[in-house]
Write a protein that binds this ligand. Sequence first.
Ligand code: PEP
Ligand code: MN
Length: 453
Amino acid sequence: MNEPVVAADPAVLAGLDNYLSLPAAQQPSWPDAAAVAEVRAELATLPPLVFAGEVDILRSRLADAASGKAFLLQGGDCAETFVDATADRIRNRVKTLLQMAVVLTYGASMPVIKMGRMAGQFAKPRSSDFETRGDVTLPAFRGDIINGYDFTSEARVPDPKRMVKAYNTSASTLNLIRAFTQGGFADLRSVHEWNRGFANNPANERYLSLAQEIDRAIKFMAACGADFNELRTTEFYVSHEGLLMDYERPLTRIDSRTGNPYMTSGHFIWIGERTRQMDHAHVDYLSRVRNPIGVKLGPTTQVEDVIELIERLDPNREPGRLTFITRMGAGKIRDELPKLVEAVRDSEANPLWITDPMHGNGITTKNGYKSRRFDDVMDEVSGFFEVHKAAGTYPGGVHVELTGDDVAECLGGSEMIDEASLEERYESVCDPRLNHMQSLELAFLVAEQLAKR
Ligand code: PEP
Ligand code: MN
């Protein structure tokens, strides 16, 4: 079958390179420009990781969330690493997200859009270009796509070949995700096994009746012989911060159906708090692609910034196009978020609002770990729901850093993780993540909030 091929408008193609004339924060200083050009040329020949048609479906799902008819669950590592892209670890993360989604679907009585911070979350913005340990100072670790985590001068040299490895690791991760979510692993009737360990913990008594209700609902469906496809497979999208321009540009492709550019490194791409300057490269670049995109908004965000971001990134007010990911901090969200949501509501834009209750709640423990208190995370989520309720807007989703493994990185939760546990089970190479149990607990809290929304 020969479908008509629509070529890109030359002005659109030229526009994609406009970012080259703008300042771009948080880019590596590659030591060898010729080697970067070579890798970019190679990446440009490799197949897309995601397809334009999938990206379009996601945009319509996010439009539902923005109008209160669906809820977005986005989660995964702060920084994915090459060594941890194993079958077991990927399965655990997908499983955790699917289990959380079951709880949320029940609480919200509406579809939950499942999205991993997965299959591409390899580049990290850093608050300092350098890291000092003792009397040694080296370039900071910027994510496996750029340099190595080991604290040696060799490891910390940016190596463009890592971009090819990141592409290949994303491809194998995505392949496994597609197999898990299309091949029966996502079956609701087995995913609900979550119940066992979680509900038996006395600290979770508060959630017992909700857990039992979900269990009964699933058993009821099974007893009725419900066997529709939706129970067995699920849509699952991948997302990452669109940070590293030398990777994103060659993976941006022209959709032959429409002639429009799509970033094919992931379905949903967001701009971080540190790279959302209005006249810089990232905002310009993402304004030119068709993917649904996100922007992180921290506690210093002004109303004018938000209105201008809407003008730049979603001038046509297209449903599902733009998501604001607020990360204010538990102590600030009730003061800082209302003015933003009210102004956007009154401007008649309708972006999707989701909460990232992780990045505004960082602490350093007495024994020197980067951590977050589970109670602060929960409190920011509650604040997010309160603010949207008062403004009459939709609290449309959550964005969390989590792992399916039994790590100890965030303090508290029903297993009462304390500072001493961090010394034993801290694995993150970047920010602290919720572990499996803490993730479920968060899902129950959000489900409670959604039920009374
Ligand atoms: C992140 O999501 O890991 C991150 C760095 O977030 P932010 O841009 O909100 O600081
Ligand atoms: Mn992070």
